[in-house]
Design a protein around this ligand. Sequence first.
Ligand SMILES: O=C(O)CC[SeH]
Length: 385
Amino acid sequence: MDYNATTPLEPQVIQAVTEALHEAWGNPSSTYTPGVKAKKIITQARENVARMVGGKADDIIFTSGGTEANNLVFHSALEAYRESCRTAEQRGERHRHENSGTSAWPLPHILVSNVEHDSVRLTAEHLLKDATADVTSVAVSKVTGRVEVEDVLAAVRPATCLISIMMANNETGVLMPIRELCQRVSFVNRQRQHRILLHTDAAQAIGKVRVDARDLGVDYLTIVGHKFYAPRVGALYVNGPGTTTPLYPMLFGGGQERNFRPGYRSMFAVLCVAKAIFGRERIHFNSHFPDSETLPNTCNVSILGAGLQGRKVLSSCRRLLASVGAACHSHRGDRPSHILLSCGIPEEVAANALRLSVGRGTSRAEVGLVVEDLKNAVERLEGLN
Ligand SMILES: O=C(O)CC[SeH]
């Protein structure tokens, strides 16, 4: 029950990949049969992904994964800012400082939230440390667990070139107000010299809620296959790559993926049963924020009590395989998730957090088994059996 970390490959996906390895091993650029078959498969996959996110096939760039897609966005936004400065200087709008030769332009500025995936957070931190860009990390509201549009807009500067906010958080499942943000920034862009590019990492949202890049109004949208039963490949939706939206290549990769739409509304219903089993005062739902929407498959919950740290409870379970938070933070030991702390969850509650994320095949009976497993694990840890 850790589908936000990764998902098993759908049998049809394994079959499609196996057939391609047997029949379409050629280089897609080759004109003989295996190459032609390979090119046909990649073309179909690109059309499927485009349909999945409401774009056109030409808008889809395959990458090695979400991390490469996110880095490609940051690289392209910085290159676009520099190009914008060069163009302005050529038009005589601004001049380099004669004596120092440095550009008269400020460093490019990037806005992210303080709960982003590490491939966004650490990329931004590197650019800041490397003095390549200025970065503002906008804190999510401790009331909603969501980054608020007004807070993002308040942080915009003349040199802001990119706003990158994830569509849904991988630990809390909280959905961010991407569509409203894009609408507001589109008005801001009308009065600006440097266009603010808009990116959302939709890795956790695809396959769980509707994702329509054009309806959202983003310039870039990150897609990660292994979150919806596909292999570990990624893709980047770019609204008109190289024409409407800047895209400056770093590296290119290709892959295959399928569209799945899990959805398991009754996760909360069954865990409310858990609340009854444990007693209402023993369970804290860390993803329950008033007025915020969350992914339908994700539940971040803490079983309150001393000695019930998330890892300890999971290791005491006999069936449940889950996580206490993002897989890429598993090295953090028992330190509470910075994502939950950023959302205002008290430290002693965050320390006991369990992240449960169901998949399209998870049954109600399995969720019931998990509840029983958790109950028995807690009783063992409390010396009750
Ligand atoms: O949230 C997860 O576990 C996957 C991203 Se590290």
